[in-house]
Design a protein around this ligand. Structure first.
Ligand SMILES: [Mg+2]
Length: 309
């Protein structure tokens, strides 16, 4: 992975980017700022088909209301860049379960420190590079004879078979920078040992919808909080944050949000989020539930703004 360290402030001197005018128009007119962070699989995207048509009304309304929608997923930069372009989003996105935040060039006009330039994007990295994680993970597997397969062990057709993704999408899913999705194929007893060894080595594991994600740092909640601070500095207004998730790996993000929403899953029980006031569980599953929750929040947000104007 080729990474070039440069100052983000310097990069922002070029104001020709189309993003700048958009962020200005969002920021300069608002005394209220709402950010919507969303998980993808099982939330905005249907668990089985990856379709988002049932969420179309809320997606259109977000755009109309100029509310930034921040995709927050276990997916890679390559996958999220494609989906972001398809949805015509111009906001940052959070990749690989919060191990990194990706910011379009010129999006913020204020300086953001500690960013890395990578293939036309600015990255905030919360953990080590994937090569370091794989070295540790493979050592633990070899020393203990654990049975599991990670994306780095699989070919693109194997990943496509396992996930139901098309071959080109499976190839993008394999272009990882910070985390290794793992399919556990061993016993529950060995899982307990593996889990302990992973933690002792300084790594973490998070259960997603289909995979266990091995990461070296960051989670969706840490990434959300970091990005919220960037918007705060940019706009001078403390953003209100809505977050939508359906799995255990969304708990960090749900805890950080002002308006946390668990999107009901057709495939598994809702994650257990205790002691979080105002947590909402949608009636409908997947993108239909997502749509209802976002439209409801936008209506309340709009009413609050009108009241204060
Ligand atoms: Mg999910």
């Amino acid at each position: 992975m080729l990474i070039i360290w440069v100052s983000y402030t310097a990069a922002c001197k070029n104001k020709d980017s189309g993003f700048q005018s958009i962020i200005d128009s969002v920021m300069s007119t608002l005394s209220h700022l709402l950010l919507v962070f969303t998980d993808l699989d099982g939330c905005l995207l249907d668990h089985f088909t990856y379709d988002y048509e049932l969420a179309r009304p809320a997606l259109d309304k977000l755009k109309q209301s100029k509310v930034p929608l921040i995709l927050t997923s276990s997916k890679t930069l390559a996958e999220l860049a494609e989906l972001s372009a398809e949805l015509k989003l111009q906001s940052p996105f959070i990749v690989e379960n919060g191990a990194g935040v990706v910011i379009p060039d010129g999006y913020f006009s204020t300086a953001v420190s500690g960013l890395v330039y990578h293939e036309g994007w600015w990255l905030k990295c919360f953990g080590p590079a994937l090569s370091e994680i794989l070295t540790t993970l493979h050592k633990i597997r070899e020393e203990n004879g654990f049975r599991f397969s990670g994306f780095s062990d699989m070919s693109s057709p194997e990943v496509a078979d396992l996930t139901g993704l098309s071959l080109p999408r499976a190839e993008m899913a394999k272009q990882r920078l910070f985390t290794e999705p793992v399919m556990w194929q061993d016993s529950e007893t060995n899982w307990q040992v593996f889990s302990r060894l992973i933690q002792e080595s300084g790594l973490c594991h998070l259960r997603g919808g289909r995979f266990i994600h091995i990461t070296g740092g960051g989670d969706k909640g840490i990434a959300l909080d970091w990005l919220r601070e960037c918007y705060f500095k940019e706009a001078g207004v403390k953003p209100q944050v809505m977050a939508l998730g359906d799995s255990e790996n969304d708990i960090g993000m749900l805890r950080m949000a002002d308006y946390p929403v668990v999107v009901r899953s057709p495939a598994h029980e809702p994650p257990l989020v205790t002691d979080k006031a105002g947590l909402v569980l949608t009636d409908k599953t997947g993108p239909a539930g997502w749509n209802d929750a976002v439209l409801d929040r936008l209506k309340k947000f709009s009413n609050e703004r009108q009241k204060d104007e």
